[in-house]
Design a protein around this ligand. Structure first.
Ligand code: SF4
Length: 340
């Protein structure tokens, strides 16, 4: 049994995940730990390839065949307080399938590939409901799928219910995915870039919708994004990931006003600010390292303007900057105190 405070509904502890390809081992997650609290939104930010989606998929055991959870734990607490170790369940066993969609739902990044093109949108929503809310008649199922689409602001939901994914616009497909995810009133929603590639008005509508559902249902959200505007709008707490590790963790206001890690500082500096007069936005040089050939020492060192010899040789721990903020950087090292 894991220790927890009463409002924690999901806890990831020291999670290590590797992908094995062509006899190479890619350590895609290394020592990732965080808690998701009831009714709160935790954001995970970082560039593509930093391990955000793998983290969400690892929670629901949706990782590809050639991957392995090397160590760590994922604990989920049910309504009555019973702990379930998701990392110990069979990937596609009865218990895991019973939890997926009902207790913990996921919105995938690309709705076009996540939705089945040969079934109508309504049928796919009904299939989700049928699996977890047994005993409903066909008419009741139909009423529920139409209600779900209407709740997502899809006009003429009764007609749209009978249409195929290719007949929906990008924004409507995303809403259909959310309708499907919400159809069984999950306690936790894992939203993987739910507004990527949508125009700003649709993005605002979808985020408002998620907030409304969260307030009404007390749902917890793990929101994965690379968009700091979305973070500011949605989150209470933020995790910044880089090359498979958490490099900074803080409440949203502290992260924006007092970022501590050079990577976070670079990310925030690269966001355009209205009226700032800046013509060319600063960028972080270089790119995320190949996970099979990680640098020795700090993973960010090849791109960091503050890197010293120590950074290239010794890996920093996740240091406590303040009781609410942690940072994986030697510059944040307190005197003799660290939190691995
Ligand atoms: Fe930069 Fe060194 Fe901090 Fe890494 S440990 S982020 S290289 S200053």
């Amino acid at each position: 049994m894991s220790e927890r405070t009463s409002d924690v509904v999901l806890s990831v502890k020291n999670l290590h995940v590797s992908f094995y390809t062509n006899r190479r081992c890619n350590k895609v997650l290394r020592g990732v730990s965080f808690d998701i609290r009831r009714g709160r939104t935790l954001c995970v930010v970082g560039e593509s390839g930093c391990g955000k989606s793998v983290t969400a998929n690892a929670i629901l055991r949706l990782l590809p065949e050639l991957s392995r959870i090397e160590q760590g734990s994922v604990s989920y607490w049910q309504e009555g307080g019973q702990e379930i170790r998701l990392d110990q369940l069979k990937k596609n066993g009865r218990e895991m399938r019973a939890l997926r969609g009902k207790d913990i739902a996921i919105i995938f990044q690309d709705p076009m590939t996540a939705l089945n093109p040969v079934y109508t949108v309504g049928r796919q929503i009904r299939e989700m409901i049928r699996q977890h809310r047994r005993g409903m008649s066909r008419r009741e199922l139909k009423r529920e799928s139409v209600r779900g689409l209407a709740a997502m602001g899809i006009p003429a939901a009764d007609i749209r219910d009978g249409e195929y994914p290719h007949q929906f616009s990008g924004g409507m497909r995303q809403r259909a995915m959310i309708a499907m995810a919400m159809s069984c009133n999950p306690r936790i929603l894992l939203a993987d870039e739910p507004t990527t590639a949508l125009d700003v008005t649709i993005q605002a509508q979808i985020l408002d919708l998620m907030k409304k559902i969260q307030q009404e249902e007390g749902m917890s959200i793990l929101l994965i994004t690379h968009d700091l505007g979305v973070v500011a709008e949605m989150c209470s707490r933020v995790i910044v990931m880089y090359a498979g590790e958490i490099v900074e963790e803080a409440p949203v206001d502290i992260l924006f006003n007092h970022p501590s890690h050079p990577y976070t500082i670079g990310l925030i500096a690269s966001v355009p600010k209205l009226g700032s007069g800046v013509k060319v936005l600063p960028s972080i040089p270089g790119s995320v390292p190949d996970l099979s050939m990680l640098p020795k020492g700090c993973r960010f060192a090849p791109r960091c303007k503050y890197a010293t010899e120590r950074c290239h040789n010794e890996e920093p721990s996740l240091f406590e900057v303040s009781p609410q903020q942690k940072c994986r950087c030697w510059l944040a090292e307190p005197t003799g105190k660290e939190d691995k």
